[in-house]
Write a protein that binds this ligand. Structure first.
Ligand code: ARG
Length: 581
C-alpha cells in the first residue's frame, strides 16, 4: 500500500532539505507540487528560491544540494534543475507499471489508510422537525455524506450526526394546535396519521400570529414540555416520529447513513454552558439577557456584538445548543475534528460559536472545528429555487422528477429492456445526476439546478461518468475478459495516451487527500471527469481487443483500473455505477 505520490514526495524533500542545510530547516515548506505543464515533468520542488536569502547562496546551488540529498530514484528519473532553482521530476515508466499492477490487485487501489486516524464528527443534513426538508438540507446531505465517505475511506473514525431541529419554542405552538385539532393523537401512544406536517406547521403558525390567547397557551405548552409533562412530551414525540419517517424516505432514496442526535439531546447540558461561561468570566448581562461579547463582530456603531446564550425570559437558543453540542463532542465523543455542513448564511453563527468555545478553553489545540459552507440552489431563472406557486420545492418530488426524466431517456434508447432494468438504470442515473450536479460545483458558489444540464450525456455530469464505466464493462463482455485473472505484472506502457492515462490513475490518492484536507468534493469530481476524458482519448487512439497480445494485456489492465477508479471515486461521492445502461 502506498500513500499519494505527492505526500510521499513532501516527506522526502523535507528530509532532504534538513539533511542538506541542518535540522533547523526540517519544517521548511518543501514546496512540492504536481507540475502544471508536462514539459516540466510530473512534479516539482520549488523550495530552493525561498531558501536563497537565508542560506545566502544561489538558488541553483541550493537546488543542487537538495538533489544531492534526496532519494527518489525508485520513482523518478534523475531530477533536473530549471530556471531559478526549480527541481523537475519525471516519473519512471517502470515505477508507473509497478504501481498499476499493485492498484489492480487491490480493492482499495493500493491506497493506504492513514497512520493516525482522527475521530471525526460530520454534522450534516440536520433538517427541522415539522418543517419541510428543503434543497438546502439536500445540499448538506449530499456534501456531508461525500465528506464522511472520503474520510471513512481514509481510515478515520467518523460519526455522522444528524443535528435535527427538534427543540425550541415552535413546539409550544405545534402542541397547542395539535390539542385543538387532533385531541385524540395526544392520548394514544401509537401515532395516528396527522397528515401533512408542513400544513400543520403553517396553520399553527397562522393561529399563533393572529391570536394572543393562543400565543399564551403556546408559551405554557413550552414550559410544560421543558418540565417533562407527559402529555406535552407525547405530542412532541408524535411530531418527531412523523417527521422522522418523512426524512427517512429521502435518506433511503439517497442511501444515506446518519445517526440522529437532535438539539433536544443537549437540553440537559444547556445550563452547564451558562455556568461554565460565567466561571471563565466571559458572561455578561445585556438588557436582561446573558451573553458573551464577541471579538471582531461589531454592530453598525462599531460596538461589539453580543452572542446571547440565555434570553431574558430564561430560554436558551440555537447558539446555546451548539455550544453545548461542541463541548459534548469534544469531551464525551472525544472528537478531534468536527465538521459542520450548512448553508453559507450560517457562517457568522459558527464563527461566533467557535470563538466563544475557544475563549472558554473548550477546544484544545489538538481539535479542529470547521464550518463547511455552501451557496444557494437557484432555479433556471437565476432566482432562489421555488416551485411555480412560490413554495420551496419538496425534495421527494424533486428526486422523483430526476428519476422520471432518466427513465424517459432509457425508454427511447432501449425500449426493449425489461421493466426492472429500466427502473434500476433510471434510479441510478437520476439520483446520481442530482448528487453529482451538486458535488461538482465549487460548493461556496450558488448553483443552478437544471435537470437538462445534470442529465446531459456530455460534459462534467454523472451520466458521462457512468457511461465511461459502462464502456469498459462492455469491452470486457465483448472480449470475454476475466479482468481478475489478467497477468498484470506484464503491463508495459509505450504509447503517449497510455502513459497520460496511467499517470492520472496514479493521482487518485492525491485527489482524495485534497478533499479530505480542504473539504471540497468538486476536486474529486474534476479528477474523475479528467479521468473519463483521458480514458476516452486513450480508447480512441489505442486499440484494445484488437491489439497484439502483450499490448492487449497492458491496455486491458488500464481499462480495468480506470473502471475500478471510476467505481470507487463515484462511490465516494455516494453514486453507484451500473454494469449496463
Ligand atoms: N437545523 C439547522 C437548519 O436547518 C441546521 C443545523 C446544523 N447543525 C448545527 N450543529 N447547527 O438550518
Amino acid at each position: 500500500m502506498t500513500t499519494s505520490i505527492l505526500s510521499d514526495l513532501k516527506i522526502r524533500f523535507s528530509k532532504a532539505i534538513a539533511a542538506a542545510f541542518g535540522e533547523e530547516y526540517a519544517n521548511h515548506d518543501p514546496a512540492v507540487a504536481p507540475s502544471k505543464d508536462a514539459k516540466f515533468g510530473d512534479y516539482q520542488c520549488n523550495a530552493a528560491l525561498g531558501l536563497t536569502k537565508k542560506l545566502k547562496q544561489k538558488p541553483q546551488d541550493v537546488a543542487a544540494q537538495i538533489i544531492a540529498n534526496v532519494q527518489v530514484d525508485d520513482m523518478f528519473e534523475a531530477p533536473t534543475i530549471a530556471g531559478a532553482g526549480f527541481i523537475n521530476l519525471k516519473l519512471k515508466l517502470s515505477y508507473l507499471e509497478a504501481q498499476l499492477a499493485k492498484m489492480q490487485k487491490s480493492d482499495r487501489l493500493a491506497i493506504a489508510k492513514v497512520d493516525k486516524p482522527d475521530r471525526v464528527i460530520v454534522d450534516f443534513s440536520s433538517p427541522n422537525i415539522a418543517k419541510e426538508m428543503h434543497v438546502g438540507h439536500l445540499r448538506s446531505t449530499i456534501i456531508g455524506d461525500s465528506i464522511a465517505r472520503i474520510l471513512e475511506f481514509q481510515g478515520h473514525e467518523v460519526l455522522r450526526l444528524n443535528h435535527v431541529g427538534d427543540w425550541g419554542t415552535q413546539f409550544g405552538m405545534l402542541i397547542s394546535y395539535l390539542r385543538e385539532v387532533y385531541p385524540d393523537a395526544l392520548t394514544k401512544a401509537d401515532a395516528i396519521a396527522i397528515g401533512d406536517l408542513v400544513e400543520l406547521y403553517r396553520a399553527a403558525k397562522k393561529r399563533f400570529d393572529e391570536d394572543e390567547a393562543f400565543k399564551e397557551t403556546s408559551r405554557n405548552a413550552v414550559v410544560e414540555l421543558q418540565a417533562g409533562g407527559t402529555e406535552a412530551k407525547l405530542a412532541w414525540q408524535l411530531l418527531c416520529e412523523q417527521s422522522r419517517r418523512e426524512f427517512q424516505k429521502i435518506y433511503d432514496a439517497l442511501n444515506i447513513q446518519l445517526e440522529e442526535r437532535g438539539e433536544s439531546f443537549y437540553n440537559q447540558f444547556l445550563s452547564d454552558v451558562v455556568t461554565d461561561l460565567r466561571e471563565t468570566g466571559l458572561l455578561q448581562e445585556n438588557q436582561g439577557a446573558l451573553c458573551v461579547f464577541l471579538e471582531g463582530f461589531t454592530n453598525k456603531d462599531g460596538q461589539p456584538l453580543p452572542l446571547i446564550v440565555q434570553k431574558s425570559d430564561g430560554g436558551y437558543n440555537y447558539a446555546t445548543t451548539d455550544l453545548a453540542a461542541l463541548r459534548y463532542r469534544i469531551r464525551e465523543d472525544k472528537a478531534t475534528r468536527i465538521i459542520y455542513v450548512t448553508d453559507i448564511g450560517q457562517s457568522g453563527h459558527f464563527a461566533q460559536v467557535f470563538q466563544v468555545a475557544k475563549r472558554a478553553n473548550w477546544i484544545p489545540e489538538t481539535v479542529q472545528t470547521t464550518h463547511v459552507p455552501f451557496g444557494l440552489v437557484m432555479g433556471d431563472d437565476g432566482k432562489k429555487f421555488k416551485t411555480r406557486s412560490g413554495d420551496t420545492i419538496a425534495l421527494k418530488s424533486l428526486l422523483e422528477e430526476a428519476i422520471t426524466r432518466a427513465r424517459a431517456d432509457i425508454e427511447t434508447r432501449n425500449p426493449e429492456a425489461s421493466e426492472e432494468f429500466k427502473q434500476d438504470v433510471a434510479e441510478a442515473v437520476g439520483l446520481g445526476a442530482v448528487k453529482y450536479a451538486d458535488l461538482s460545483q465549487n460548493r461556496t458558489s450558488n448553483y443552478i439546478f437544471s435537470f437538462d444540464k445534470m442529465l446531459a450525456l456530455q460534459g462534467n455530469t454523472a451520466p458521462y461518468m457512468l457511461y465511461a464505466y459502462v464502456r469498459v464493462q462492455g469491452i470486457g463482455r465483448k472480449g470475454e475478459i476475466d479482468f481478475a485473472s489478467l497477468n498484470v505484472d506484464a503491463v508495459k506502457l509505450t504509447q503517449d495516451p497510455e502513459i497520460v492515462l496511467a499517470k492520472h490513475l496514479l493521482q487518485f490518492a492525491e485527489a482524495i487527500d485534497a478533499v479530505a484536507e480542504e473539504l471540497f468534493p468538486n476536486r474529486l469530481c474534476q479528477y474523475l471527469f479528467e479521468l473519463s476524458q483521458k480514458f476516452n482519448q486513450f480508447f480512441e487512439q489505442c486499440p484494445v481487443l484488437q491489439a497484439e497480445e502483450s499490448e492487449r494485456i497492458s491496455r486491458l489492465s488500464l481499462c480495468d483500473i480506470t473502471a475500478k477508479t471510476l467505481k470507487l471515486g463515484l462511490n465516494l461521492l455516494g453514486i453507484r455505477v451500473l454494469e449496463r445502461m
